[in-house]
Design a protein around this ligand. Structure first.
Ligand code: ARG
Length: 588
């Protein structure tokens, strides 16, 4: 059986409305305001009354009468003219049994199976991962799991930033500092480590802004790499391998996996073809030596009148053209993104590509998507979606930084999470369990992040995120661990599930809401609704756990039912956490 209570309700209301001659557009179903009285409510009678000029109570009564034969629920009119819908205990028992048998009863799989590529992670080679690369893998991994659960064919690709100027800059700096003599046949190489890269890239980046000659050299080197010219290509490959190792290590700690460890560079074989298509279709023009594609629509790029000749021209609704080749024939960010779409279409022919990238890149994606559609590189029906996430802020409401105002490295965040959860565990008397500490640390971070609407900014509050109480990842984990130990003590002796108390009822109603939340999270591409429902289910279980003495229950049938219901909750919590990319430890 499926838990599609809203669908069942809707169908029955539809039938009733049809029979009574009411407009089906007016059907509304909401969770009840007073959960002690009802589970759902239908407030349509007011709108119908207005339309047909009759008494709302009369209308509500008629609708309730039509619903009276339903097996799943009772419908009762309450003043002024609500229809309260309360699920029957027998039905709730069936729901719980269904989840016990298979927790995937909590999932409504869409009829249409899609192939979906998810692009997340997006670390840049030669630069250490920093805080800006935290949200993408967290959100991406969760969406990946959610889409898989929905039955789609999913492929994740981390799309490393490995084709841009940063590579030329790093190599130019390394050369000047004498690391690369061997590669150039002028002597011996000096050993390059991650620390070397962490020093050399920022150095180069600063120089670029003030030393024109150095900048030009770096640009030239970038082109050499992109043309696979030696020894630049070998140097590049060595640096890439070195940093990818560290990136993999960081992502793995965060429980983020990728099917493809591709980068911008993998689109190399498609770049010439891509550029040629734009040229053949007459979509390109030259601008200051570079090759660009105009993508602005009507109503964009409206010139704003200038007050004087020297004032630069500004535009209302600016939509600058996409640059696909620089003046010295180098590929840029947009070029590789467009060529990558061509590559993905050839390899997987996806129905949808999701880009989980910071909202600040909104215009980049708008332009890339438009250009790709104009050129016919992406077929009309293919969905290209930018999941634009907001910023992780510090307590001051500004992007999270170190105390001295520097960008925080991803490794630093991982260390902070680990330390904090170790401390929390120690307060509970658990020491020396690094694996558990990391599981809890990751749960703090991921749940703290994912419980917000994806597009919104949020404040990184480690104290709050890591608490074992409240709306946090560790609280859900803790509830699961508690159930686990209860089941062990009860020797897993489960039986048929009965519903006799409000506490039990409440648990099952929350399971049904969890079913809805999976659908909502999937439709919104945002996991906040799933997070909320996990918290509500865990809270409902805590009430049950505190009020009902399971292990000391004398009545065997009841005890077995309690244990079975506990197991249902554990299964549901596990499924939910797993979807968020969070582990459920057995003990904590
Ligand atoms: N490397 C990019 C950055 O650090 C993110 C890549 C996002 N994905 C993409 N297909 N453009 O900003």
């Amino acid at each position: 059986m499926a838990l599609i209570v809203k669908d069942i309700l809707y169908k029955k209301l539809e039938k009733a409305f049809e029979k009574l001659g009411y407009d089906k557009e007016l059907i509304t179903i909401a969770y009840a305001n007073k959960p002690e009285v009802a589970d759902y409510q239908c407030n349509s009678a007011f709108a119908i009354a207005k339309k047909v000029g009759k008494n709302p109570v009369e209308i509500a009564t008629k609708i309730a009468e039509e619903l009276s034969t339903a097996e799943e629920f009772d419908a009762v009119v309450s003043m002024p003219a609500f229809i309260n819908i309360k699920l029957k205990d027998e039905f709730l028992m069936q729901v719980a049994e269904a989840v016990l048998e298979d927790e995937e009863s909590l999932i409504k799989k869409p009829e249409r199976k899609m192939t979906v590529v998810l692009d997340y992670g997006g670390a840049n080679v030669a630069k250490e991962l920093h805080i800006g690369h935290l949200r993408s893998p967290i959100i991406g991994e969760a969406l990946y799991r959610l889409y898989k659960l929905m039955g789609h064919n999913v492929i994740s690709d981390t799309h490393l930033g490995d084709w841009g100027l940063q590579m030329g800059l790093t190599i130019a700096q390394l050369e000047e500092d004498g690391y690369l003599e061997g590669y150039f046949g002028r002597g011996k190489n000096k050993e390059i480590t991650l620390d070397t890269l962490n020093e050399e890239y920022p150095k180069a980046s600063k120089r670029k802004a003030v030393e024109e000659a150095f900048k030009q050299k770096a640009e030239k080197y970038t082109v050499y790499i992109q043309k696979k010219q030696e020894p630049f290509w070998t140097i590049y490959t060595d640096i890439r391998n070195l940093s990818v190792e560290k990136i993999k290590d960081n992502y793995l700690t965060l429980g983020c996996h990728f099917d493809l460890w591709y980068g911008e560079s993998n689109a190399y074989p498609y770049i010439n073809k891509t550029v040629q298509i734009f040229k053949d279709k007459g979509l390109t023009r030259e601008y200051e030596g570079a090759l660009v594609v105009d993508v602005a629509l009507e109503g964009e790029n409206i010139p704003i009148e200038r007050k004087s000749e020297d004032e630069p021209q500004r535009y209302k609704n600016p939509m600058p053209p996409v640059k696909i080749k620089t003046h010295d024939d180098a590929d840029v960010y947009a070029t590789t993104d467009i060529a990558t779409i061509m590559m993905r279409n050839k390899d997987y022919n996806p129905d949808r590509i999701l880009y989980i990238v910071d909202f600040r890149q909104g215009q980049h994606f708008t332009r890339v998507f438009r250009a790709t559609k104009m050129a016919g590189i992406s077929p009309k029906e293919q969905e290209l979606i930018h999941i634009a996430y907001g910023t992780m802020n510090g307590a001051d409401g500004k992007p999270f930084k170190t105390r001295s105002g520097e960008t925080v490295k991803l490794q630093d965040i991982i260390d902070m999470l680990y330390e904090k959860s170790s401390q929390r565990l120690a307060e509970n008397g658990i020491t020396d369990n690094p694996e558990l500490a990391m599981q809890i640390g990751v749960a703090s971070m991921k749940f703290g992040d994912l419980s917000n609407v994806v597009s919104k900014d949020y404040v990184f509050d480690l104290d709050k995120f890591s608490s074992f109480e409240g709306r946090t990842g560790p609280y859900i984990q803790y509830t699961g661990a508690r159930i686990n130990s209860l089941l062990e003590k009860g020797e897993n002796n489960i039986g048929k599930i009965y519903v006799s108390s409000n506490e039990e009822r409440n648990i099952i109603v929350n399971l049904i809401k969890m079913y809805d939340s999976f659908v909502t999270s999937y439709n919104d591409n945002s996991l906040n609704s799933l997070c909320m429902s996990l918290y509500n289910l865990a809270s409902a279980y805590s009430l049950f756990y505190n009020n009902i003495k399971v292990l000391s229950e004398k009545d065997e049938t009841k005890k077995k039912s309690y244990l079975a219901l506990s197991k249902v909750v554990l299964k549901a919590l596990k499924l939910g956490l797993n979807t968020l990319g969070i582990d459920m430890p057995n003990k904590m």
